[in-house]
Design a binder for this molecule. Structure first.
Ligand SMILES: Cc1ncc(COP(=O)(O)O)c(C=O)c1O
Length: 358
């Protein structure tokens, strides 16, 4: 396989018809390069390379395609007001990838390898990082089994590759969620806490069902009673009851979201009482009847924060109120991510991008 150094590294200009950042959307334009490293059972991790994206096919017989032995991450790089580029909480994403890999019996990339690949992916695509405040470069590090052989066993060849896509800054949306009482995404003892394709495969029918019923997305319930909130399609969820904010606990069935963790920290810093606690639909309905229900919102890397206006399972509709908390958190998180405040600056890791004069 050819691993070519990209021509004009750092210098490649954007095409003339490049869209405004607000028109980029999410995931539509992929960066031209993949930054990657191979792992062999005999020799461990090899040195990173950069290839044209099309030069890295996945073999059809690979366990990555056949059995879903593939785990991934999603993180963003932002420009600050001085045009410096930072990755947001990359080491936390590295550790989550390690946990996902461990669960699927795949080789765990070291934190340093993950950091090197992500930094290099940003460096070779530096021009694709939108201007300060108007978007980000989303990185998709993916670890997959790539050995070209059939057989259900841990593979002996894997690759960690980072693809990128420039995207708009997400606007603060309002969603209505369908609480799915028949299909499940994850069960205790399963792989719900791993960021792996199988969970999305399990979830796509629920998402479709929600949309067919006129809702924006699905909200998953626990697999045993079908009454407790788990998480939305690609977001962890928070609800405000009285003056307390609750979010479901990390019990192994939901993704331990990095944004969830960031929001918990922001809430605690503001002195808002928060609790990682089971939340049942019945408790929400009762709190609604008692006038105790405040705001609800979902959080994740792609959308940052989305207001939840309503959750319904078809028989009970729970409606939330806008108390201003979600907007405050959205603004605060955007500031922290974009380096518009010194608060929590330890979450941002600079990516040195040499200028063309260097
Ligand atoms: C199923 C699921 N839950 C939660 C999240 C939020 O996680 P994070 O905040 O790390 O992006 C995501 C998005 O990555 C997701 O796909």
């Amino acid at each position: 396989m050819m691993h070519t150094q990209p021509p004009g590294l750092y210098e490649a200009a954007l095409p003339e018809d490049w869209p405004q950042p607000e028109a980029l959307g999410f995931g539509q334009i992929l960066g031209p390069y993949l930054v990657h490293a191979q792992h062999c059972a005999e020799s461990g991790w090899h040195a990173p390379s950069v290839s044209a994206r099309a030069a890295l096919p996945v073999p059809m017989a690979s366990a990555g395609l056949q059995y879903g032995f593939s785990v991934f991450e999603g993180l963003k790089a932002y420009r600050d007001a001085s045009d410096r580029i930072h990755l947001f909480r990359p080491r936390d994403h590295a550790r989550r990838l390690q946990h996902s890999a461990q669960r699927l019996v795949m080789p765990e990339p070291t934190e340093e390898l993950f950091m090197t690949l992500c930094q290099l992916a940003v460096q070779v695509h530096a021009r694709y990082v939108p201007p300060h405040g108007r978007g980000s470069l989303y990185l998709r590090p993916t670890l997959y089994a790539e050995e070209d052989a059939l057989g259900f066993r841990p593979a002996s060849r894997h690759r960690l590759a980072v693809a990128v896509t420039p995207c708009s800054d997400p606007v603060l949306r309002h969603n209505r969620l369908w609480a799915e009482t028949e299909l499940i995404r994850a069960a205790p003892g399963g792989i719900g806490a791993a960021k792996t394709g199988g969970n999305y495969a399990a979830g796509i029918a629920g998402q479709q069902r929600a949309r067919q019923k006129g809702y924006d997305d699905v909200i998953w319930l626990d697999a045993l009673t079908h009454r407790e909130l788990a998480e939305a399609g690609t977001m962890n969820v928070f609800v405000q009851i009285g003056n307390e904010v609750l979010t479901p606990p990390l019990d192994g069935t939901i993704l331990p979201g990095i944004t969830r963790d960031s929001v918990l920290r922001l809430l605690r810093t503001e002195g808002v009482p928060v609790s990682e606690h089971r939340i049942s639909l019945d408790e929400l309905a009762a709190a609604g009847m008692a006038g105790q229900l405040g705001t609800a919102f979902g959080v994740g890397t792609a959308a940052r924060l989305t207001m939840i206006d309503e959750i319904s399972d078809g028989s009970t509709a729970i409606r939330f109120r806008d108390t201003g908390l979600a907007t405050r958190l959205y603004d605060k998180l955007k500031q922290v991510q974009e380096g518009a405040t010194h608060a929590l600056r330890e979450w941002r890791v600079a990516v040195p991008v040499p200028s063309s004069a260097d």
